[in-house]
Design a protein around this ligand. Structure first.
Ligand SMILES: N[C@H](CCC[C@H](N)C(=O)O)C(=O)O
Length: 278
């Protein structure tokens, strides 16, 4: 199987061009290639596919083999790959995902290749049932209490096609993400599990995020998570609608715009290509 390794803000995936390759069992392949000791090493597998409704289609699998509806850092890399490898020739494209059809604007660097992508991530879905979450305490989950082990957190939840639970903390660098992350990911409140974002507010326009991803553990960045964080910051009155989010592997420029959509702008980088015997 031919593949290309790409990363966006350090969130790295193995990408396969399914205009040319066929991946019969993507769940199994995701587990195999993601392994950092016995495989290529990545947070998961992303298939770049033909679409009947958009310029390109993305399917995304976590390193545990589970499929997600959407991947924000991944979609930027899909757009870069599609342009740099001649699948598309325009700089305004559409992509079919499990979260619907998204519009992307491709921004080239000085070498003519795509360096950055701005993605219309759509509106945050805030209804409890859309995340999805059990219980009916409130129709939206903004600052609801959740006790895990010795601590009670205020959680704010949003779906960007995939589920997110956002928690504000005072010191994100020192926060025990791998202790609380998996317990929240697999909590009975979330029937489809959830991604978890731990966020420190720096100012009205700047935040710092660490991410515990459903199906992958702690990653260096999460674009859908950053989008959910943008909504959560505004809903809790903590920031303006435009913020710079510092993630562990890089920065994302975020905006919850007047049209109700969240816009994410960030880097997309091709690292290397190769072939793996499956
Ligand atoms: N890192 C990705 C999200 C992966 C989400 C996945 N872990 C899930 O199960 O929803 C992003 O940039 O949006």
């Amino acid at each position: 199987m031919k593949f290309t390794k790409m990363q966006g803000a350090g969130n790295d995936y193995v990408y396969v061009n399914c205009f040319e390759e066929t991946v019969a069992d993507p769940r199994q392949v995701a587990i195999q290639v993601s392994n950092r000791n016995f495989g290529i090493g990545s947070d998961g597998l992303i298939l770049i596919m033909p679409s009947t409704t958009a310029d390109v289609r993305m399917r995304m699998f976590n390193s545990d083999g589970s499929e997600s509806e959407m991947c924000g850092n991944g979609i930027r890399c899909v757009a870069k790959y599609a342009f740099d490898h001649g699948i598309v020739s325009k700089k305004e494209i559409t992509a079919e995902t499990g979260a619907g059809i998204l519009a992307l604007r491709l921004i080239a660097g000085s070498d003519g290749k795509i360096a950055k992508v701005r993605v219309n991530m759509g509106p945050p879905r805030l209804a409890r049932s859309e995340i999805p979450m059990r219980g009916d305490a409130a129709p939206q989950v903004v600052g609801e209490q959740l006790t895990i082990l010795d601590r009670t957190f205020n959680i704010t939840c949003a779906s960007m096609g995939n589920p997110h639970c956002v928690i504000f903390v005072d010191d994100v660098a020192g926060f025990p993400v791998s202790t609380y992350g998996p317990l929240i990911e697999n909590h009975e409140l979330f029937p489809n599990r959830t991604n978890v974002e731990f966020v420190q507010i720096i100012s009205r326009t700047e935040v710092r995020q660490r991410t515990w991803e459903r199906g992958a553990g702690e990653t260096l960045a999460c674009g859908t998570g950053s989008s959910a964080v943008t909504a959560a910051c505004v809903l809790n009155g903590l920031t303006e609608k435009r913020i710079l989010n510092h993630l562990s592997g890089g920065d994302l420029e975020m905006e919850w715009a007047e049209d109700g959509n969240i816009y994410m702008t960030g880097p997309a980088v091709e690292v290397f290509s190769g072939e793996i015997m499956l």
